[in-house]
Each structure stands twice: as structure tokens, then as C-alpha cells.
Design a protein around this ligand. Structure first.
Ligand code: 13P
Ligand code: SF4
Length: 331
């Protein structure tokens, strides 16, 4: 069934007729195959609009763990597809382009992380969800940016903590929780690229705007921010705030939902250092297109596959995280 050349490029590479209405075809395939399309907030607008479910990393994991579909098509980056497969091994999990990686996950190779973990064997190992299954398998508990503070607070005070791979999120968590942690030195290239100088200039130009930022941003930016939160928290903040203007320091895809929810408000994407590159776009997230989604559903390729022993080990810290989040929700 597979065409070998697709396997080499990592997505289905096929010419399609210009007259094909991709949205109609995708919906037809979804119905025929009982598939659900789940998209992260950083996806292009058209993908967010065709998705059955749009959310942040935590919401995508929660939805992957409980839905009635036979096929999950996860339009985001690879670790999100992997998390869905870890949680739903009996479902077919598809991603539109296997090359949609993550610079943060790449900054933490499992073999090097294992050496780090072994050096501090009495520590609780907490990892951000932006990691490979192999790194999750080395962890005691996983966090997303939505529940990281709750998870850290759930760990007994006397336990020392290793946190990886994001040093910026790690620094932020240290400042909020008052806990010192052994930090892995990784980062996301998109969130590290925002220009303080250009943001200061924007704030002068728009004194009525609030600066809101994702905790993956560097400390000097977070110190300037009026609000810090995950993509879901930023979206919630802008839709409930009385303020009418926001400078948004995270990947630009989130602006689509912000504008949809608050048509009367103005959203200004925070500018990157290099004005010639679109660094506030994550090029991995932006690899996904409607055409790739259509062909992925049609040929059920590329599929996420994880070796069962690794999957079972990686499931443990993810389930612990979901359980902390459920307990917090019930309170
Ligand atoms: P969220 O946890 O806010 O979805 O963040 C995911 C991500 O990749 C941030 O860069
Ligand atoms: Fe990874 Fe950064 Fe892209 Fe998020 S924005 S997926 S952390 S590279």
C-alpha cells in the first residue's frame, strides 16, 4: 500500500487536482474512517478551522486519552502524535508530516539525558511534554506548560528535582514554586528569538497594550510580561481581560483563536530579533498543510508507531501528570 518514496520524504507526496475541494474531501474521509482531527493552537488557520478539536499540549493529550474515534490525526509536532499513541495504543495515530519535529525536544537526546539522570539518581525526574518517548520513559512525571506549577507543587518538599529540557520554563518554575531544581540546558528556538528592544519599542508605541508571554520565553522578557501562561492560559486571559490590546510573545498561530474569541480586541505578535525571518512562526508546526492532511487520511500514512515496552514505560509519567491535572480540576 505504501509508496516507498513517501517513506523517504516522511509524508505522502502526490499531485492532486486543483479542483479538489480539500475541506469537503477531508470531511468525507473523516466520516468514512471514523477519524478525528486534533490540532495544536500553532497550526495554520485553515487547519484549526477544519479540526474537530483545537487545544494546547495538555488538552490534546487529554482528548487523545478519551475519544471514540478509530483514527486520530494529530496536526501539531511529532511528540504530540507520540503522546497520543502512548495514551491510545489501539487507535491508529497519524501525523501529516513526520518531519514536524521540535527544537526543544531535539535539545534533549535520550542517551545524554539518561547520563544526567543517573548522576542525580535520588532526584525526582520531571520532564516537559516536549520530549521524545525515550526521554519520557526516563521520567517520573511529565508536565505541560498548563499544569507545570501544579505538578511541581505536588512533589513532596523534601524531594530534589531534575527538570528538563526547557531551561526557561525551569527558571520560571523555580521562581514561582521557590524550589531549586537541577535544570537541563535546552530551549525552544522560537521562544528564545523575541527581541526585547523591539518589544520595548512596541510598548512605547502602544502604552495601552499588555504584554503576554509563554513561559518558554527568556527571563528578561518574562520579567517584563504582564501575564505569563501556556497557550490555553494566554487565550483564556485575552478573552476575559478588559484590556483591548495585547502584544503576544508566543508562536503566532495562537492569534487566530484570540481574534476569533475577541473580535473587538487588537493582537500584536511580538517581533523576533531577526526582522528578516519569521521566527515567531514555528517552522515545524507550519509544515502541516490541508493537502498533507487530506493525503494522510486517504493513505493512512505516516503512522506513529512505538515499541510496546517503551510505550508502557513512557505512559507511566504521562498518566501521573493527567492524574494531577484531574485532581486540580476537581478542587
Ligand atoms: P503549550 O503547552 O502551551 O501547548 O505549548 C506547546 C509548545 O510547543 C510551546 O512551544
Ligand atoms: Fe517545539 Fe518551539 Fe515549535 Fe513549540 S514552538 S513545537 S517548543 S520548536
Amino acid at each position: 500500500m505504501y509508496n516507498n518514496s513517501w517513506e523517504k520524504v516522511g509524508y505522502v507526496n502526490e499531485e492532486i487536482s486543483k479542483n479538489l475541494d480539500l475541506k469537503v474531501e477531508i470531511n468525507k474521509l473523516k466520516r468514512e474512517k471514523n477519524a478525528i482531527i486534533m490540532a495544536h493552537y500553532y497550526q495554520i488557520d485553515e487547519i484549526q478551522d477544519i479540526a474537530d478539536f483545537v487545544g494546547d499540549s495538555l488538552a490534546l493529550a487529554q482528548k487523545a486519552a478519551s475519544n471514540d474515534a478509530d483514527i486520530i490525526l494529530l496536526s501539531g509536532v511529532y511528540f504530540m502524535g507520540e503522546t497520543a499513541k502512548i495514551l491510545s495504543p489501539d487507535k491508529t495515530v497519524l501525523v501529516p508530516d513526520i518531519n514536524a519535529g521540535c527544537s526543544l525536544a531535539d535539545s534533549c537526546p535520550a542517551d545524554e539525558f539518561e547520563k544526567f539522570v543517573n548522576k542525580y539518581s535520588d532526584h525526582t525526574v520531571v520532564t516537559y511534554v516536549n520530549t521524545t518517548a525515550a526521554v519520557k520513559a526516563l521520567s517520573d512525571i511529565v508536565v505541560t506548560s498548563t499544569n507545570a506549577v501544579d505538578v511541581i507543587n505536588s512533589i513532596p518538599k523534601e524531594k530534589s528535582i531534575i527538570f528538563g529540557p526547557d531551561r526557561n520554563l525551569g527558571n520560571y518554575l523555580e521562581s514561582i514554586s521557590g524550589r531549586e531544581m537541577m535544570l537541563w540546558d535546552g530551549a525552544c528556538h522560537v521562544h528564545e528569538q523575541f527581541s526585547i528592544e523591539r518589544i520595548v519599542a512596541l510598548k512605547k508605541e502602544h502604552p495601552d497594550a499588555l504584554l503576554i508571554a509563554h513561559p518558554e520565553c527568556k527571563k528578561p522578557l518574562l520579567l517584563m510580561a504582564d501575564f505569563i501562561g501556556s497557550t490555553a492560559a494566554l487565550l483564556n486571559y485575552t478573552s476575559h481581560s478588559d484590556c483591548k490590546k495585547f502584544i503576544v510573545a508566543t508562536e503566532s498561530g495562537i492569534l487566530h483563536q484570540m481574534i476569533k474569541k475577541s473580535k473587538d480586541k487588537t493582537f500584536i505578535p511580538a517581533p523576533p530579533i531577526d526582522s528578516t525571518c519569521g521566527c515567531s512562526d514555528c517552522e515545524f508546526m507550519k509544515l502541516n498543510t490541508l493537502k498533507k492532511i487530506y493525503l494522510t487520511l486517504k493513505y493512512e500514512y505516516p503512522k506513529v508507531e512505538i515499541e510496546e515496552k517503551l510505550r508502557k514505560r513512557a505512559l507511566i509519567p504521562i498518566e501521573r501528570m493527567l492524574s494531577v491535572s484531574n485532581q486540580i480540576k476537581k478542587k
